[in-house]
Design a protein around this ligand. Sequence first.
Ligand code: UT7
Length: 314
Amino acid sequence: MKILSTGSAVPERIVVNQELSEFLDTSDQWIRERTGIEQRRIHEGNLEILAARAAQNALEAGGVSADQLDLILCSNVHSRYLTPSMSSVVQGLIGASCPCLDINGACAGFVYALEIAAAHVHSGRYRRVLVLCAEEPTRMVDWHDRSTCVLFGDAAAAAVVIPDGEMPLFKMGTVSNGQAIYAYHGPGNCPYEKSDRRETPLVMKGQEVYKFAVQSSQEDIQYLCRQAGIGLEQVDFFLLHQANARIVEAVRSHLRQPPEKFPSNIRLYGNTSSAGLPLLLDEVNRQGKLQPGAVLVLSAFGAGLTTGACLMKW
Ligand code: UT7
């Protein structure tokens, strides 16, 4: 499996920390020091438009036309649609005609989708798979809750996967925990509903998730390097889910690797859920930092609690 190309799209609207402190009991200093976030992008329209732009950018970068796609896999937690899937809406917007499937792996969704794409191209079933992540966590949080709303931003990013090169190594995991990060749908108006369920915006036990993230990420990275028979020093870049700059720094310092191997853009976008990893990958790719044969380790973690890590050669 090889990532042929990447692409991304972020909303135009920039919201800096200072703006949030105008209606929330928070400060630029707290947000910067505790998370590394300085601003985030918040889309003002429909997510599928952003998603289609990211998809088109990835296709253009790879010289692939939409009608050549065999499958669109979209990682998405929340959009205005309960159904149809985001991937099928985007398919129509970009003019593709292939099968479409959404997955919800929360913030680890890119790695989950990549693993499915890898299995499909490896099996010979599909030759060109678009892995797309489109997320709008800003529509899930309670904007009165300073402990969550300051953390998130919206984005979409994509990668075109083709059968070529070596099979990456994956380490996927889920530890069921419905209390650490969750949001509930509303009950609808079913006359047979007997539970007391009601719509609940995103709730996150920050410190519990923080500890889980640091622990699982460093273990996954070490596991994959052992499986590949390489030392950490042979990895060119570690791309971690951009949830908190302190999480990235804790993993980096535990692994005793230099900061330049841990690119980060959380400062500009905040936590964009599963879109964060492909957004970072696209940034590093467009900066020309990924030489053919470069060894990358991706690691993500999120609601579920899910984890996904991948070691690949570029
Ligand atoms: O993407 C999915 C995975 N998610 C993650 O990986 C997130 C993991 N968790 C984290 O990144 C961090 O736990 C947070 C950024 C969410 C919170 O940072 P923290 O250092 O764990 O802070 P805390 O929750 O312990 O809160 C410390 C203090 C509290 O005040 P008291 O009780 O000490 O008086 C909070 O009420 O900071 C307060 N606080 C705030 N103050 C100003 C919480 N949010 C804010 C805020 N502005 N926005």
